[in-house]
Ligand binder design. Structure first.
Ligand code: ZN
Ligand code: ZN
Ligand code: FE
Length: 711
């Protein structure tokens, strides 16, 4: 006779909202076990009763056969007394604890897509179709455990048909919390046919997505795109596109195709095809296009009916946080959009689209958040790291897990500051932590710093470039020591000047500044960031070369009143771009550097003889070459190669340790990153670059958290 025993399992990780209970139910049936499964605030609790051999198989399968969206971190098991159970049930959730992890929002799955376009299906063309394997999660969850009453679907009671599916263990919508249909679920505020007609006529249509509103228009319609640019006050920064046929727009390699198609559905930067049917104003002068595939059923219907590619840009003015509340969207987007395709399923939290290149993330947001990034050293107490200012994010650390927030935009407006505070509250309450330590940037004028110092918690000020370096180390699971080349536009230094062309020797607990670009005056302060010609003038003057910019006679005076010192690599790129006549002013951060990289393209060039440090000598070389009539592309290429070679030589001079991390926004420049890596590897260094968090300031909060945890 078989012995019957009963075991209690506690499963932690991403196990709610991923079809885990139905999976456990099926598994128990398969192994002939009785008992129950339920969600609580910490994960999934199972009690299973049956033969020992069956229980062993069941226990193993909890990990090995878990649903693809799940991430099982821990399975705890204990023996309990048999209860004589004869059936297996999904029991009511309990609300104990608040540590269950909410999964990211997930793109519509293939099964749901088939039903969406099947005229015989009862959800044919229903824009909110979803199942246990797809649909909204993070953006609709108000609290854990993840049950319908704790989501923004609470106001939609299930109809009989949906309830039957929800309660049928054999149905793929068994316990799918956002399940709904045209009878019982959310509805659009504008019929899709109307939206499509408007789009075809060149209109700008606001479309409610998962974590906020998009502004859409016909990507091939130059006038519509121009209208969107002027209404959105966005002059040159590229717009993202949504399409079902990315290969028509761009040359896509295997890694890019995989990213595009992944359930995270980020915007992927891909190489534009010369014959792409896209208005030039979508991405002026750029060989790259930001492309994403539709990720909600509403997108799929819209794209299928419209036929071509749509511009799908965030519903905001440039660099502001994305609008997600319906009233707010109508108010803020009222002057931009000609029509609104909304619906009555509320968005609980904002989450802007993610942007990636095949080799690194540029913005880690929708589809990734709130997935934890591991920390190499666990936090002894809950930590909140508040990030920097541009591309703002914050990060909450709990034990070995760091929860990086979605992208918030630039934290220099009242609107963004409000979003920052609201989102921190939502995040902290979702994770059930009370932060005891706050990590912040050293810049006293950042709103994130100002907020942090007002809070009642232990404070840790983290130098900006140390945070960049730490973010790269930590995402590789390392603590250092290492050398770090950290190149960006601006970061506050410990000497109260602005840094940004740094060679550090560091670990998670501290750093030493080994080499840096020579500080140069920024004539007019912030104005010099918006007007690269000022940097060119500043550098040319230091280099003893003629300054031919007309306004210099006036602006030069600012050297005596407002000219903070900066060692920023971004400013050196600005200066080179302006000397080469690429542009004198920019309309978005990093624009001049992007254009300098495009000019250099794949042109081969030898580096100038330059020792890392005095940027004026390098600008002098650029100036003199230009005067001598050398092609500008050659000079731009030589400029990139010079910085890479000189930075690697500076590392060699520092000698130890043998690992170099590359971080900071300047390393989004593919040519610079590749050349620097090549030079370093030739010298025998091991090189670490970003794969998980962005090299730009969007990754700063994670680096701050890693440093605070190790402190
Ligand atoms: Zn689905
Ligand atoms: Zn229904
Ligand atoms: Fe930075």
């Amino acid at each position: 006779m078989l012995t019957v025993e009963r075991r209690r399992f506690r499963v932690g990780g991403v196990v709610q909202g991923v079809g885990f209970r139905p999976f456990v139910f099926g598994l128990a049936q398969h192994h002939g076990l009785a008992g129950f499964v339920l969600n609580d605030g910490t994960g999934v609790v199972i009690e299973a009763e049956g033969a020992t051999i069956a229980l062993d198989a069941f226990a193993a399968a909890l990990r090995t056969e878990a649903p693809s969206l799940a991430r099982v971190d821990v399975v705890e098991m204990e023996q309990v007394g048999p209860a004589g159970a004869t059936t297996f049930t999904i029991a009511a959730s309990t609300a104990t604890g608040r540590t269950a992890l909410i999964p990211p929002d997930t793109a519509t799955c293939d099964d749901c897509l088939r039903e969406l376009f099947d005229p015989a299906d009862r959800r044919y063309r229903y824009p909110f179709i979803n199942c246990t394997q797809c649909g909204p999660r993070f953006t609709i969850v108000r609290s854990v455990p993840y049950d319908r009453p704790n989501t923004t679907m609470a106001g939609f009671p299930l109809c009989d048909d949906c309830r039957r599916e929800y309660e049928d263990p054999a149905d793929r919508r068994f316990h799918a919390e956002p399940v709904c249909c045209a009878v019982c679920g959310p509805r659009l505020t504008l019929p899709l046919e109307q939206a499509v007609t408007l789009l075809r006529g060149g209109a700008i249509v606001a479309v409610k997505g998962l974590g906020g509103w998009h502004l859409a228009c016909d990507a091939a319609d130059a006038a519509a795109v121009a209208r969107l640019r002027s209404r959105k006050h966005r002059e040159d920064k590229p717009f993202a596109l949504m399409t079902t046929r990315p290969a028509v727009l761009a040359h896509i390699d295997g890694a890019e195709a995989e990213l595009l198609d992944s359930r995270r559905r980020p915007i992927v930067l891909v190489r534009r095809r010369a014959d792409a049917p896209v208005a030039p104003a979508v991405a002026p002068g750029s060989p790259w296009l930001g492309v994403m595939l539709p990720y909600t059923p509403l997108h799929h219907l819209l794209l299928a009916d419209f036929g071509g590619a749509l511009v799908m840009t965030s519903g905001n003015r440039s660099d502001e946080p994305i609008a997600y509340d319906d009233d707010e969207a109508r108010e803020r987007l009222g002057e931009i959009a000609d029509a609104f395709v909304g619906h009555d399923r509320p968005i609980h939290r904002r989450c802007e689209d993610s942007i990636v290149r095949a080799s690194y993330p540029i913005r880690r947001s929708r589809g990734f958040a709130p997935e934890a990034v591991p920390l190499p050293v666990g936090a002894a107490q809950p930590i909140l790291a508040v990030g920097a200012e541009l591309k703002s994010t914050f990060c909450v650390a709990r034990g070995r897990e760091a929860f990086l927030s979605p992208h918030l935009g630039d934290l220099d407006t009242e609107l963004a500051y409000r979003a920052f505070r609201t989102d921190i509250d939502l995040y902290v309450s979702m994770l059930g932590v009370v932060p005891e330590m706050l990590a912040h940037d050293l810049h006293p004028e950042y709103l994130s710093t100002k907020w942090a110092v007002e809070q009642d918690a232990v404070l840790l000020g983290v130098q900006h470039h140390h945070a960049h370096a730490a973010s790269c180390l930590a995402e590789h699971g390392e603590t250092g020591p290492a050398l770090a080349l950290v190149f960006d536009g601006t970061g506050y230094g410990t000497d109260e000047t602005l840094w940004g062309g740094e060679l550090l020797r560091c670990d998670l607990t501290g750093f030493e500044r080994i080499a840096h670009l020579r500080p140069v005056p920024l004539p007019g302060g912030e104005a010099a960031v918006r007007e690269p010609w000022r940097m060119a003038a500043s550098y040319l003057e230091l280099a003893g070369r003629p300054v031919r910019f007309e306004r210099w006679t006036l602006v030069r005076e600012s050297l005596h009143v407002n000219a903070p010192l900066s060692s920023g690599m971004g400013r050196l790129f600005d200066a080179a771009a302006a000397v080469l006549g690429l542009r004198e002013t920019v309309t978005y951060e990093g624009q001049a550097a992007v254009e300098l990289e495009l000019l250099a393209a794949d042109t081969a060039a030898e580096p100038y003889a330059w020792r890392f440090g005095d940027g004026a000598e390098l600008i002098a070389a650029v100036h003199d070459d230009l005067a001598a009539g050398r092609p500008r592309a050659k000079i731009a290429a030589a400029f990139h190669e010079t910085i890479a070679a000189a930075a690697a030589a500076a590392c060699a001079e520092a000698g130890e340790p043998g690992t170099v991390v590359l971080s900071g926004g300047s390393f989004q420049n593919l040519r610079l990153a590749a050349a620097t890596r090549r030079n370093l590897e030739a010298l025998g260094f091991r090189v670490l670059t970003h794969r998980v968090v962005p090299p730009n300031d969007g990754g700063i909060s994670y680096g701050q958290a890693a440093i605070a945890a190790a402190a």
